[in-house]
Design a protein around this ligand. Sequence first.
Ligand SMILES: NC(=O)c1ccc[n+]([C@@H]2O[C@H](COP(=O)([O-])OP(=O)(O)OC[C@H]3O[C@@H](n4cnc5c(N)ncnc54)[C@H](OP(=O)(O)O)[C@@H]3O)[C@@H](O)[C@H]2O)c1
Length: 324
Amino acid sequence: MRHSIALVTGTTSGLGYAAASMLAAQGCRQVIVTGRSLARVQETAAQLAAETKTQVFTPLELDLNAPTSVEAALAELVKRGRPIDFLLLNAGMVSGKERVLTAAGIEAAQAPLIGHHQLTVGLLGAGLLGPSARIVIAGAEPARGDVPMFSYTDVAAFAAKHHQGDRTAAVEALVRSGPNVKYEPNRAYADAKLFVAWWAAALARRLPSGMAVYAVSPGSAPDTQASRNAAPVLKWLFIPIVKLIPGMTQTPETAARRYLQASELGTDVSGQFFASAPKKLTGPMEAMRHPHFHDRANQEAAWQAVVKVSGVDFPSAGQLSAVP
Ligand SMILES: NC(=O)c1ccc[n+]([C@@H]2O[C@H](COP(=O)([O-])OP(=O)(O)OC[C@H]3O[C@@H](n4cnc5c(N)ncnc54)[C@H](OP(=O)(O)O)[C@@H]3O)[C@@H](O)[C@H]2O)c1
């Protein structure tokens, strides 16, 4: 990380804040920290600077729910013109009890992926990712289907039932929490993080050869703000029980460290999903081997659905040649 430039999304609390702090400690030359409002993220940058006694933090306004905000952030980064070496797409949230749609008609837990896609593809198109850039996006263990109370949607079955077998249309319906989707918060969160893993796998196939992307679950770290909107049964029953069981939780710093570990991985494992060992929520991370993460048809369906919902496709080969 020494001398490199990092951009971390969702730094106003929790793991994004912890990761930004660690990146400064590791010698990053610049850490661009984002938050939904400029005033709030300016405060965050000042707090980080005071805590770490470094002057490497640059605040940037970025609301991933609003395409105009992502466009404005991209324009600002283009103006600054310095390629990013480590893009940490950390922002995210646990779905709330009630279905919430953004102004663009996207289910709230899915919205960060749409905004992160727009940001990543925009940076690639502008030549603002370094030639060996590492991209890490926050996943979560519930996408595995082995965490109590969480299960994900069987996209192939959902597509067969409601979309004549069209999996892209099925993923789009889930991203929008459309008419045939029965909203259930834990399933919405598991689906959002499953699509993150599929999106990373699909992006890996498209990136220039020196770059790599990984989906990474930081693991269970309940002392953040992640579950502030969570359904009462998760917030007041599941999480308190998990906190009582030794080995089921870790500090935000330990969790955020996984992001930095992932930034050191090679291109040979690009596109994989790293998380706690199966059935575990903490401990060392490893690549997930569950067959559903490796279903290429679903990975491509997730990619195409994200392209359609965001309206942003991967830059053509000619546009990519601008990458320094
Ligand atoms: N903590 C865990 O146990 C755990 C486990 C597995 C995965 N994760 C993942 O880790 C990531 C970080 O979570 P955390 O635990 O640090 O939670 P957190 O304390 O709530 O931090 C989340 C950050 O993301 C920002 N954010 C959320 N949605 C956004 C949006 N649409 N646009 C812009 N910013 C947005 C939040 O900003 P606002 O304050 O403005 O909302 C906040 O800065 C998430 O992706 C989460 O799903 C967490």
